[in-house]
Design a protein. Structure first.
Length: 274
């Protein structure tokens, strides 16, 4: 069957049909998926029946597996992070964010597989950070380009511990993962496009600005990411897989459900420090 790529919005998202991710994939198929990811930032697959080993094997086609820097307590396999929630409000996934930006080499991408979905709700939204850059004014672009921001795990770790998802102590997590600096505006290593690289879960300050100015600029950028024109919304079912480019897309888990939702996430190692 020929791969079919159906864009969902002009800015971000494509549905992929004609691929069974549980089967061996040809080099041509993998190259088509890689190109689609670079073009559309997040790929959606329906009607997939993947085992845990299938999930990991698919991710390995795109790079090494990154062990979760902040792992939940729900699974022993170091290559899988389990997101198991019933009352998701305030857990942190309900903020716009990219994964693992508090590490020196943030993830290249994440592949999410639905295991259990609530009766209603539980969608995930994704936003293009290319479009976030493109829609800034020329004076704002000039000011931001060349600045650096601190990314810190403390907020995410505190929420995970408070909600009971993480067993490690905050002090141990902070020692293991001290704050890091990344460009506010980075260039994607493959597409060479500029993108906004700050997020409300991890970014704490802009190094070159006084505190008041840093807070104002970050507040503006966090709000800018919420612009609907930058976004796509995905409704899960228990045969769904989503593959996002963590370098240029942020995501937001809508906390509108009260029964259990389980996703398995396998993360692909970052391709460069920045």
């Amino acid at each position: 069957m020929t791969i079919e790529i159906r864009p969902v919005t002009p800015q971000i998202g494509a549905e992929i049909r004609g691929v069974d991710l549980s089967k061996p994939l040809s080099p041509a198929t993998l190259e088509a998926l890689r190109a689609a990811l670079h073009a559309h930032l997040v790929l959606f697959f329906r009607d997939q029946k993947l085992s845990e080993s299938d999930h990991i094997a698919f991710a390995r086609h795109f790079g090494g597996i990154q062990a979760p820097p902040l792992k939940t307590k729900y699974h022993d396999n170091p290559e899988i992070n389990v997101l198991d929630q019933v009352s998701p409000r305030g857990d942190g996934a309900d903020n716009w964010h990219a994964d693992h930006t508090y590490t020196k080499r943030p993830a290249l991408g994440s592949i999410l597989r639905a295991v259990k979905v609530p009766r209603f709700g539980g969608d995930t939204m994704f936003a293009s950070m290319y479009a976030a850059w493109d829609t800034l004014s020329a004076p704002m672009k000039k000011m931001l380009d060349g600045l650096h921001a601190e990314h810190d795990i403390t907020r995410s770790a505190t929420r995970g511990i408070r909600a009971g998802h993480v067993s490690e102590s905050l002090a141990d997590i902070q020692r293991r993962l001290p704050p890091v600096m990344h460009p506010v505006i980075r260039t994607h290593p493959v597409t060479k496009k500029k993108l906004v690289f700050v997020n409300s879960n991890s970014t704490t300050r802009i190094r070159e600005l006084p505190d008041a100015e840093s807070e104002a600029v970050l507040r503006f950028l966090f709000e800018h990411v919420r612009t609907p024109e930058l976004q796509v919304r995905f409704k899960w079912d228990e045969s769904s897989v989503a593959f996002l480019d963590n370098r240029c897309a942020q995501h937001y888990a809508v906390p509108d459900y009260d029964d259990r939702r389980i996703l398995h996430r396998v993360t692909i190692e970052g391709d460069e420090p920045y």
